[in-house]
Design a binder for this molecule. Structure first.
Ligand SMILES: [Zn+2]
Length: 606
């Protein structure tokens, strides 16, 4: 059996040219060698697995090479290069400071440094993880670094530059290594796959690159793992499965549900993700990244910012064409807010669910904004599940706005006729359309089959009050009005609706929103709930907004109208209002000198 060598070792670059990324750094190093202007100490810093040690080795080899090429690369043929490649070079030393960090280790190094090299011009010392040296070792090393022999060159490497003492830093030429871009990792992996005759899909390699987060070493070991797991057939689906990565398919589906306003489907999708063992915030962060990708792929100018294959980019552009930039901004912001609140949240799942509900409301906001149809009305959260064909229906913004003017027409009696006369346009999307605010305005069209229909009856009452245009009650909606009174409200539903209402309040109602978020409503029999507030001022605020809050909650729950009782918590500390005379008296009692002063200065209380 032939010896298996891991890819990270087998394909370790041995020339500057073959180093992945870090082009600026390697060019500078080559120039230094070419011009013969070598410093005595270099410090390579940067995250792990980005090529610090590799570059240090190539650099060390090249400065001792007997016949370096014209562009500053090692020849890999001379005795010095050969001995280094075969790991028997006496001129190049590697020291791992993580395990050799004592003063004695550094002292023996200092002694070695004085002896000139047998072969080559320089003795090169590569000290890895130099930040691990003890304080005493640092001090011992500093002496050598201050006055190094002409033949000594030190290359220090560290992942934690901030731990290096300033006296060392000031004596080194510092090179900062950056993370390796996913695209560079992908092309490197592609090269290896080709050489090893491994069938690999670009998307599969991209997932590996993404997962390794700019660290080539991780990417290579992941690549090896995947090759053995998939037996040399690196397909996207196999890699996704074995790495347990949240696939972009999920986010494409999520976005489709959002565009369609299908909240129930979106919540089921979330459940699916949670069942697979992912944390809610991972899903939300992935969604934010997805919306970001949609945003950059929607504009040819920003397409280069998209990391992925052309085919994937096309898919993104296609979905992006269905979204407005404004909706995507809002979606990213909602996800970002959720991520920030996630750790502090006591009910994480609820927070994520609320965010998804809010995301799914975005399309209706857009439609409202576009059609300019008066004040924004909330959209019900759940449509009653119906036959499958309605779930597929995707109302486009264009679709709804074309419908909106129709909804404004006061000729309510003609509606059913109009509906019948256009079966092709309306028939496939009855449920979804009812769920939308536009649907609510045309109450004649709603049917009692959906929950949306149920509280469209409630909303109708409201719109009556607001618009004062008489609307005939059709027998169709009458029973739903009754149903709304008997709708069972649970504490959980109430709290969800309460929080959802608070979260959707606009920025200029921050005070109310914040108040609401810290109050937990208590449910009582007969559709009554109470909230406890600290003082009368807050109570007044809620009193003033009570109608709106109750309507909003009824709307969120999709049913019963509730009554809200506001309880002012008893103030424990008694407070008094003192007039000036009383204030002065208290002051006087506390300190009699005050009175004396008043007498002497002949002051009077005004
Ligand atoms: Zn050479």
């Amino acid at each position: 059996m032939e010896n298996y060598i891991v890819s990270a070792r087998k394909y370790r670059p041995d020339t500057f040219e073959s180093v992945v990324a870090q082009k600026a750094l390697t060019t500078t190093l080559k120039n230094a060698i070419h011009s013969g202007k070598l410093a005595h100490a270099y410090l390579f810093c940067g995250p792990r697995g980005v090529g610090k040690t590799t570059c240090a080795r190539i650099f060390a080899k090249t400065i001792n090479c007997e016949h370096p090429t014209a562009n500053g690369e090692p020849c890999n043929e001379c005795e010095s290069c050969m001995s280094f490649n075969q790991q028997r070079s006496y001129s190049i030393y590697e020291l791992d400071a993580a395990s050799n960090n004592s003063v004695d280790d550094i002292r023996s190094l200092n002694e070695q440094v004085r002896i000139p090299p047998q072969i080559g011009r320089y003795k090169v010392y590569i000290i890895d993880e130099v930040h691990m040296l003890s304080q005493a070792a640092f001090n011992a090393f500093l002496k050598t670094l201050e006055e190094p022999p002409a033949h000594a060159i030190f290359i220090l490497a560290t992942t934690e530059k901030h731990k290096i003492i300033p006296t060392i830093l000031s004596r080194c030429q510092i090179y900062d290594f950056g993370r390796i871009e996913a695209a560079d990792i992908v092309s490197h992996l592609q090269n290896i796959a080709q050489k090893e005759n491994i069938n690999s899909e670009h998307e599969a390699l991209r997932i590996i690159a993404q997962k390794s987060d700019g660290c080539m070493r991780d990417a290579l070991s992941l690549f090896d793992q995947m090759v053995s797991f998939t037996q040399g057939d690196l397909t996207y689906s196999k890699v996704i499965e074995s790495l347990n990565v949240l696939d972009y398919e999920y986010y494409f589906r999520l976005t489709n549900y959002i565009l369609a306003g299908e909240i129930a489907q979106a919540l089921l999708l979330l459940n699916d993700v949670l069942v697979r063992g992912f944390e809610g915030n991972i899903f939300i962060e992935g969604a934010a990244a997805h919306f970001r990708d949609l945003l950059v792929s929607s504009d040819p100018a920003t397409v280069p910012l998209f990391e992925g294959s052309q085919e994937l980019c096309r898919q993104y552009s296609e979905q992006a064409s269905k979204c407005t930039a404004r909706m995507l901004y809002k979606a990213i912001k909602l996800c970002n807010d959720c991520s920030m609140n996630y750790r502090a949240s006591r009910n994480k799942r609820l927070l994520v669910e609320l965010t998804i509900i809010q995301l799914a409301q975005l399309t209706s906001d857009e439609a409202d904004d576009a059609s300019g149809l008066g004040p924004k009305q909330l959209k019900p959260i759940f449509n009653k599940p119906q036959s499958n064909d309605s779930a597929v229906a995707v109302p486009q913004p264009a679709h709804t706005s074309s419908k909106a003017p129709q909804a404004q027409e006061p000729k309510s009696n003609e509606k059913p006729v109009a509906e019948k006369s256009k079966p092709t346009a309306q028939a496939p999307t009855p449920t979804v359309m009812q769920g939308r605010p536009e649907g609510l305005r045309t109450t004649q069209q709603t049917s009692s089959r959906t929950l949306g229909g149920m509280f469209s009856a409630t909303m109708k009452k409201q719109s009556k009050e607001q618009s004062s245009t008489p609307q005939s009650t059709t027998p169709d909606t009458a029973p739903t009005a009754e149903a709304s009174n008997t709708k069972q409200v649970t504490t959980e539903l109430l709290i969800q609706a309460w929080t959802a209402f608070a979260m959707q309040l606009p920025e200029n109602e921050r005070a109310l929103s914040d108040r609401m978020k810290i109050i937990t409503p208590t449910l009582h029999p007969d559709n009554e709930f109470s909230i406890a507030v600290d003082n009368q001022l807050v109570a007044d605020m809620f009193e003033k907004e009570s109608k709106r809050i109750i309507d909003g909650i009824a709307h969120e729950i999709g049913g019963a109208r509730l009554r809200m009782k506001i309880i002012v918590n008893k103030v424990v500390v008694e407070r008094h209002v003192y007039d000036r005379t009383k204030q002065y008296e208290i002051l006087k009692n506390k300190n009699p000198l005050v009175e004396k002063l008043r007498e002497q200065l002949n002051l009077e209380l005004s």
